[in-house]
Design a protein around this ligand. Structure first.
Ligand SMILES: Nc1nc2c(ncn2[C@@H]2O[C@H](COP(=O)(O)OP(=O)(O)OP(=O)(O)O)[C@@H](O)[C@H]2O)c(=O)[nH]1
Length: 593
């Protein structure tokens, strides 16, 4: 046998080893190439200079002139576009741009204020929000009106409730007392008793958890008073779902129901939907007006929830402070943030504010604001204290519950009590007695007023819609509310009755409307007007116009042209005065031919 030399070693390797080496080499080259490419980019080759038009080009002069003209034109166009944009923005600010939905969406993106004081200055948001509200009410079987437990009356909107009542007998309104974690047990109990004298009402606390999903629910059974105030979990969800299920079960044929969530801005409508769904499906935030359009959320196969934007077209009765204290207006956009702070100082004892802001005692609003601004470091240029910034901080704290307050329900007079007894019937379809029993356990575990260091303030008045919007936006629901529910001067009442009984005029107007537009809004309005007892403002206006025309005709001795010089198609102008063939459209033309 040949002996193997120990010195010479074979270079043969296994195929696995061989391919590994090849792969490694390949990877190395690739890496090198990449790096080279990268470094090559850094030392970018200079862009070659445009040699321009050669001098010996015969049309060089003309070509240069044309180029210059093109440049000037492009610049001019840019300037024109800029000016047009500015003009449009100016018009929009003045409220002259009406139906520009595109503009609205731009505003939405930019988050422009939607509720400045005057109706003209309010942009289209008010009307858009109103439309969304009508849509939600129309689509819903059950409507949840969310109220802030700290001031339930102040966050109630009477006109909105009337809209629900008027929209049909099959719509059911339920009041939801939200944010019960911010008030003592006694207040919740008394408010529930008060509200239940009018409508079915349930207590609720939304989940304030930040995570995307798996929002917690606290079971009503396992509650300890000590940890309730700190919990970020939701309370009352089981009760509310039970209530809704009872309703859907009470209707044998129709099993699935749509639940609309309405209320003033920032009362927690979106938070309620997220809490029920147990995940963040809709946007939530401490800024009023965050929700801008109706949003649908399927809770389960039987219940669909509709989130509605907070209603902002509220009447402030010349007092913006009260609107600001109800968090219906963006604090950043308030013209005078100091006025609502003055109101807060009237309501809150000095001791409480001194403790919250860790400031020395104060004598006046100015001193208080200056103290807060100093402590919070709100200084303007030159070290001047920013009183307005301090006022905004205080308003934020008031609305978010950092300055704790609550209200107690007012007493009812005898008349109201007898009315209240009649409406208790409304809860039958929800089987409210069974539902109310389940919720008593978690309400009982809320902290009592003695353990709750908050200030009791008098309850505010419920809000109404701003009447001026009625004229500006031509809101059919609202006009009916004003004419049917609010006392009107006797002459006006008579007029409206006359219009309703005037059938030929009604059909005439109806036909004209049909021809005018077939938009969804007009269709919706037609539907609304068709409801028995619904007042039609268009009809009223038409009637007034007709009366005015008739009056003019009699005073001018049968002159068919009215004061404004409008052409009346029912008149034969060709034949001259006195030969009025009123009532036969275009008859004059026919005769002439
Ligand atoms: N403490 C407490 N805060 C709550 C509760 N529910 C909602 N909030 C807070 O209230 C603020 C407003 O909540 P949203 O759900 O955005 O209110 P909204 O009614 O949908 O507001 P808009 O979109 O403006 O109509 C948020 O900062 C919530 O965290 C609650 O039960 N308790």
């Amino acid at each position: 046998m040949v002996k193997r030399s120990k010195k010479s070693k074979s270079k043969r390797v296994s195929l696995k080893q061989k391919y590994k080496v090849i792969r490694k080499v390949k990877e190395h080259h690739k890496k090198k190439a990449k790096e080279a490419k990268k470094s090559g980019l850094k030392h970018k080759r200079k862009v070659e200079k445009d040699p321009g038009i050669p001098n010996d080009w015969p049309f060089k002069e003309q070509e240069l002139k044309a180029l210059e003209a093109r440049r000037a034109r492009a610049l001019e166009e840019l300037e024109q576009k800029k000016a047009a944009r500015k003009e449009r923005a100016k018009k929009r600010k003045m409220g002259l741009l009406e139906d520009d939905e595109k503009e609205l969406s731009v505003e939405e993106v930019k988050g422009i204020d939607f509720s400045t004081g005057i109706v003209n200055a309010r942009d289209n948001s008010d009307r858009a929000f109103y439309k969304e509200l009508v849509k939600v009410i129309e689509a819903s079987d059950v409507i949840l009106e969310v109220l802030d437990a700290r001031d339930p009356l102040g966050t109630r909107c009477v006109d909105m409730e009337m809209m629900v009542m008027k929209s049909g007998p099959d719509k059911h309104l339920v009041l939801l007392l939200n944010k019960i974690d911010l008030v003592p047990r006694e207040a919740v109990e008394k408010w529930l008793k008060y509200l239940r004298e009018e409508l079915p009402a349930v207590a609720f606390k939304c989940s304030t958890q930040e995570q995307r999903s798996n929002l917690g629910w606290k079971s009503s059974k396992a509650m300890k008073p000590s940890n309730l105030q700190q919990t970020s979990d939701c309370l009352g969800a089981e009760t509310l779902i039970k209530l809704l299920k009872n309703y859907s079960r009470s209707h044998e044929i129709k099993k699935s129901i749509t639940v609309g969530v309405i209320g003033l801005p920032n009362v927690g409508k979106s938070s309620l939907i997220n809490s029920l769904k147990r995940c963040h499906v809709v946007n939530v935030g401490a800024t009023p007006g965050l929700t801008r359009s109706m949003q649908e959320v399927q809770l389960d196969k039987n219940v669909k929830l509709l989130d509605c934007p907070g209603v902002v077209m509220l009447k402030s009765s010349g007092n913006d402070a009260s609107i600001a204290l109800r968090n219906c207006k963006r604090i950043e956009k308030l013209d005078d943030p100091v006025a609502p702070v003055k109101e807060i100082l009237k309501l809150c004892p000095e001791r409480l504010l001194v403790t919250i802001y860790k400031i020395p005692g104060f004598e006046s609003v100015d001193e208080f604001l200056q103290n807060v601004a100093t402590v919070r470091g709100k200084l303007k240029k030159g070290g001047i204290v920013d009183v307005e910034a301090a006022a905004r901080i205080i308003l934020h704290d008031w609305n978010e519950g950092k300055i704790p307050y609550y209200t107690m329900p007012p007493g009812r007079n005898q008349e109201e009590l007898s009315e209240a007894r009649i409406v208790t019937e409304l809860g039958k379809e929800f089987n409210v007695d069974e539902v109310y029993n389940t919720e008593s356990s978690f309400i009982g575990s809320l902290k009592s007023a003695d353990d709750f260091h908050s200030v009791q303030v008098p309850p505010s008045h419920p809000l109404n819609f701003d009447e001026t919007i009625l004229e500006v936006y031509d809101c059919p629901f609202l006009s009916s509310i004003w004419d049917n529910a609010r006392p009107l001067p006797s002459t006006e009442v008579d007029e409206s009755q006359e219009v309703i009984s005037d059938e030929p005029m009604a059909s005439e107007e109806h036909d004209a409307e049909k021809a005018k537009s077939k938009s969804t809004t007009s269709k919706q309005n037609e539907k609304l007007y068709a409801v028995e007892g619904m007042f039609n403002p268009k009809m009223k206006r038409a009637e007034k116009k007709r009366k005015k025309k008739a009056k003019n005709k009699s005073t001018l001795g049968g002159d068919a042209m009215d004061d404004e010089g409008d052409y009346d198609f029912g008149v034969d102008y060709v034949k001259g005065k006195g030969q009025n063939t009123c009532g036969v459209p275009m008859s004059g033309i026919e005769v002439d031919e």
